[in-house]
Ligand binder design. Structure first.
Ligand code: SAM
Length: 279
């Protein structure tokens, strides 16, 4: 797993440790400082922002401006993991490992599609768990570039594509990849992935298969405008998925320092989402 330290020059240094011993360590120098807004300001999760101080210049960046965040090596890790204590990739890996142990399944049997893969934090956990192949997909180029830059070798293939409008080449690549597991971490709801993108990805993995994902607890507890509450409830009610493990936990701290709770699920894929639902 990655770690961070201040090196002898006083420069913040993020050290990536890929699981495969043949992949060299990538020291990524990140000469910047992250400044969080003062605690008095109450912001919704999709309004949160910070400032980054680079070479004496301050820039305000919204937490959901992933283009800007991935462009700066080490920024995502420092903001979400070091400062805001994000724990989701580790929690999803742990829950998946628990289910595999209960089922007597070897991690090496996993061929995973990591949806909303970002700069590869989840892919790295999956490879450390022992998955034999991890395919990544994200909607923005900067995510793929950051994953290749910071975690080379973690993904067998990394596609930049809109799952709601998947081209035939990308569909053929994924359909031919023999995928039996899907992960999607910190990518559902808000203005991230729409339910249809989730459904298209889900239908690309084998049946039976495994699905591991997390979602903000408010979106599970009540009807949310993103539509995920209804989709997930419908999938459980119709027996499209079968629950295997569930955990409520602190995803990360908010910009003001309060806890943000999510629910992680590992479920069995029992059937595809019908074309009637997909429309
Ligand atoms: C908070 S990041 C999470 C990244 C990674 N899963 C992690 O846990 O570190 C959310 C990611 O979802 C991606 N995303 C948003 N909408 C998407 C969509 N429609 N299809 C694929 N990826 C999407 C974003 O580009 C971003 O990289």
């Amino acid at each position: 797993m990655s770690g961070s330290r201040v090196n002898s020059d006083g420069v913040f240094c993020v050290v990536m440790r890929p699981s495969d011993p043949t992949i060299p360590e990538i020291p990524t120098r990140a000469n910047f400082e992250v400044l969080l807004p003062d605690g008095g300001q109450v912001l919704d999760q999709d309004e949160e922002w910070c400032e980054i101080l680079v070479d004496g210049e301050r820039r305000r960046i919204r937490f959901h401006d992933y283009h800007d965040i991935y462009d700066i090596p080490g920024f995502y890790e420092q903001l979400f993991y070091d400062r805001l204590k994000c724990d989701s990739p580790r929690v999803i890996r742990g829950l998946l490992a628990q289910v595999l142990a209960e089922q007597g399944t070897q991690p090496s049997e996993l061929r995973v599609l990591d949806v909303g893969a970002g700069n590869g934090m989840v892919g790295e956990e999956l490879r450390e768990l022992g998955a034999s192949a991890v395919y990544g997909i994200d909607i923005i180029d900067e995510a793929a570039a950051a994953a290749h830059r910071d975690r080379p070798g973690v993904y067998e293939r990394y596609l930049v594509a809109d799952l709601t409008d998947l081209g035939s080449d990308d569909r053929d690549t994924l359909a031919g990849a023999d995928l039996n597991t899907m992960t999607t971490v910190a990518a559902l709801g808000f203005d991230d992935m729409p339910p249809r993108a989730f459904a298209v990805a889900y239908n690309l993995i084998a049946t039976p298969g495994l699905l591991a994902f997390n979602i903000k607890e408010d979106f599970v507890a009540k009807r949310d405008s993103s539509g995920f509450n209804s989709l997930i409830c419908w999938m459980f009610d119709e027996g499209v998925i079968r629950p295997l493990a569930e955990k409520r936990y602190q995803h990360r701290l908010s910009a003001q320092g309060g806890p943000l709770y999510y629910v992680a699920f590992v479920v069995e894929k029992v059937s595809d989402i019908s074309s009637a639902w997909l429309g």
